[in-house]
Design a protein around this ligand. Structure first.
Ligand SMILES: NC(=O)c1ccc[n+]([C@@H]2O[C@H](COP(=O)([O-])OP(=O)(O)OC[C@H]3O[C@@H](n4cnc5c(N)ncnc54)[C@H](OP(=O)(O)O)[C@@H]3O)[C@@H](O)[C@H]2O)c1
Length: 309
């Protein structure tokens, strides 16, 4: 058991609350960093009692939050401006992911936090035209530039998606396929949460200051994931495109009329369709976190966790 304190930034988010769960399972003391407007109910239900309130756009509040005693042994940053969840509160959230993250790194450095676990994105160094990918790379670079000890977990697409729309569709025999026919590296978010908790509490300091791809053992198409659901549930689940092909074809033309977040999403889609969302280095993940999860096992656990079987 590990009783050290870990501050989770973006704790009210989908992955954030999974990270909290993984830390509590290890016996850590969780300090949840939330905004004044964040919904804390899921965190309170998990047993979190230590809350600090700070917005990434408020450097003074971040400094106060990270200076709280006992000083945190690690910060895990899972906050994201460019997400459907966060879109409710701001128009252009890219400032959160750029300026906001710089403020957070500065505050961590000032408070002497010994390690910073950044939830980053797979292939963020290969997608300069996709804002929310490129912004993760900027955050990684800023951590290195400021000599803040860090590890960046470059996650593949969440099998369970950001806001879980998968379970409801699977109940109807459909796996929502974002990019039909194109393999992507994926990860079930509780696995990523477990790795983040391990990185915060257990990895030796000699493993810090690197970026690590995080995904299942092989990239998968929607059809392959649907087949895994079919096997686990013993009834047919078929991959269905989320977007009709004419919408996908029109997206680049009409994207400029979208909000910044939707424009970003259109770029993500176009980029993933080119087949770039694939890890080419799984060795580091193996070395740090053990055997890679398989799609079949991830789907099995997902079905169990969501009460699908
Ligand atoms: N979904 C994927 O497939 C995928 C793949 C790879 C990596 N990731 C990364 O995984 C991480 C977690 O994603 P998620 O889908 O779990 O996120 P999410 O549910 O959208 O949660 C976002 C969190 O960020 C917080 N936040 C937003 N703006 C903030 C600000 N200005 N100051 C402080 N907190 C702020 C939100 O707080 P409120 O509750 O107050 O709004 C919320 O807790 C993100 O960094 C994302 O980029 C996702």
């Amino acid at each position: 058991m590990n009783t050290r304190t870990v501050t989770v930034v973006g704790a009210s988010g989908t992955l954030g609350s999974e990270i909290v769960r993984a830390l509590l399972k290890k016996g850590a003391h969780v300090r949840a960093m939330v905004r004044a407007t964040s919904d804390r109910s899921k965190l309170i239900a998990l047993g979190v009692t230590d809350f600090v309130v700070a917005d990434l756009m408020d450097p003074a509040a971040l400094q106060r939050a990270l200076a709280s005693e006992p000083r945190a042994a690690a910060v895990i940053a899972s906050a994201a401006g460019f997400s459907a969840h966060s879109a409710r509160t701001q128009g252009d959230n890219s400032r959160t992911d750029t300026e906001g993250y710089r403020h957070l790194v500065d505050a961590a450095k000032q408070a002497g936090i010994p390690r910073f676990v950044l939830v980053s994105i797979l292939a963020c160094d290969q997608a300069p035209d996709v804002p929310h990918f490129a912004q993760k790379l900027l955050a990684e670079k800023y951590l290195a530039e400021k000599h803040q000890p860090y590890i960046a977990l470059r996650a593949g697409a969440f099998l369970d998606r950001a806001q879980d729309v998968v379970a409801g569709k699977v109940r109807k025999g459909i796996f929502p396929d974002i990019v039909p026919g194109v393999p992507m590296s994926m990860i079930y978010s509780p696995d990523l949460a477990r790795y983040a908790a391990h990185a915060a509490l257990d990895l030796p300091a000699s493993e810090l200051n690197q970026s690590v791809d995080i995904c299942c053992d092989v990239p998968a198409t929607g059809t392959l994931v649907a087949a895994a659901f079919t096997r686990v549930l013993g009834r047919p689940v078929v991959a269905r495109p989320v977007f009709p092909s004419f919408v996908v074809a029109l997206l680049p033309l009409v994207a400029r009329f979208f909000s910044p977040r939707l424009r970003d999403q259109a770029r993500v889609l176009a980029w993933i369709r080119k087949g770039g969302y694939v890890s080419h280095d799984s060795q580091r993940q193996k070395d740090l976190f053990g055997t890679l999860p398989t799609i079949a096992d991830s789907v099995r656990r997902y079905c169990r966790d969501k009460g699908l079987c």
